[in-house]
Design a binder for this molecule. Sequence first.
Ligand code: HEM
Length: 553
Amino acid sequence: MEIVKSDPGVTAAVSAGVLGLVSHQIFKRNEPTVYSFASHVLIVNAGLTVLYKYLQGTVDQLAVVALVDFFVYLLTLSSSIVLYRVFFHPLNQYPGPILCKITRFASSWHVMTRDSHEWQMSLHKKYGDVVRLSPNELSFISASSVDQLHGSKAGKLARGPFYSGDPNRPADSMLSTQDLNEHRWRRKTWERGFGSKQLRDFEPRVIRLLDMLVSQLRERVGTTQNMTRWSEYFAYDVMSDLAFSEDFGMLKAAKPHPYIPALHDATRLLVIASQTPWIRPLMPWFPVEAQSKKAGKEFARISRETYLRRKAREVKEPDMYEYIASPDRSGPRPLTEAEVVADSALLIAAGAVSTALSITFMFFHLLQDPKQMARLQSEIDSCWDGVTLLDVTMLAPQRAPYLDGCINESLRLWPPAPNGMQRRTPSDGVVVDGRFVPGGTQVSNHTMGIQRDARHFTNPDAFIPERWIDSERPADWNHDVRTFIPFTIGQFACLGKNLAYQELRLFMGGVVRNFEFRFAEGFRTEVFEGQIKYKGTFLIGELPVVFSDRKAS
Ligand code: HEM
């Protein structure tokens, strides 16, 4: 206690250092929120100031001492955190860049700069099958890890904190809930809208919109059209019609509904906030991403109004709203209205974005290789009897395997959600690829990385539909379907997978059968590829295409 007697300022500073270390022990066990952290720091520093005063400090020195204490406290706390994360953390044996071991800054930065998918792939190229992406997060690309993280062995892995990032969220949707039981019963409610009977009921509605698309394109033969836009018009109109019996009218008007830019911009903010969920409460106060914030509100407004209009209306044909809005009778409680609104917003967004992207990417590749396009056209011609409506059973994989190969190649090369689907390990941890991963760790399979790995698919960066046809794939080619996970697998797998395949088959059947295509003059594939960015899903540029009528040629 010599120090105490000789210099109260030094005593307070030493105490600040000790308290910094103690705080780290507390935060290490209980992940702080921004509020708990701020109040903790305030209480500790107020306590130190009182201590100094008690040790006979003069009042005029109090402010200086409080500032020094605050600095010493934060310095000790952050040094302790850095040392712990690099040398003593349970994940310290996993490889990764030093910055990623210390902070989430790098992964947040690459989300901000929209190249996160490429950055994560480059980390796997450098560090191998497993990478420590951030202090408490691992990404895997081995084939054997998929079952453990998402498949039959992943029953206890809930969704990770990534999903809590939506700053505009009034309630959890099925997708954002992180409680396993809650998700399970809510998903049951949803499942009723995605059965084979429902898909059969929905098909004529998809075909009706497809016919409208074909007649719109026919009117524009010979002119340059943006395929990215037309894919979106189709996919968003289909989803809004199937979800709420009210299509957005984009195909008819040939222009985008405000829903599209609102969704694109809103997702950006969501994904940024998802990187560091504790930042979420502060987001409204940060003077950044003003456009994304505005878009988030606009997206919430349109989703809510669409929901309310449907709620107030009787419809003749069943739509998805009917299934998700009426709670499953076996569920533990009725859904609140805010939850139904959140699920309604999820419905169109989840269903439309990925389908539109898959169509555009398919065209991007097929237009580069006239032989592939010709083979697809001839296969589709052979599926159709020339008289009856071309429906999805005529385009089933047994009859149209090349079409199936084209769809799968688009999804393999450009999985619409390219980064991993984050899960959280249960408290007793899991073993992945023979190594223990402690409880509470965030884990994922990097979808794009695993699907573009030569050990899983030979010649992984090339668009080769034939690889999906067993009789045509060279015997020595790698083809590990365990690693084809664009819809992910297991308890959180995409509910709309069959609907997506149905839409993609019908779209290609209808459009490819009717038209010839070429890239517009001056189009450069490398420019298009250079514009592919990440914002949760891909964000892509224009794909300018000139159509001509096949019947006329
Ligand atoms: C090519 C098209 C599509 C792709 C690649 C795709 C991909 C995915 C993926 C990767 C997930 C998992 C998300 C996660 O765990 O974070 C997912 C979930 C989901 N998808 Fe899709 N999707 C597509 C189309 C659709 C369609 C047409 C619908 C129809 C509404 C749909 C509805 C859903 C729903 C409701 C979920 C949440 C499932 C749950 O939480 O249990 N998706 N999708």
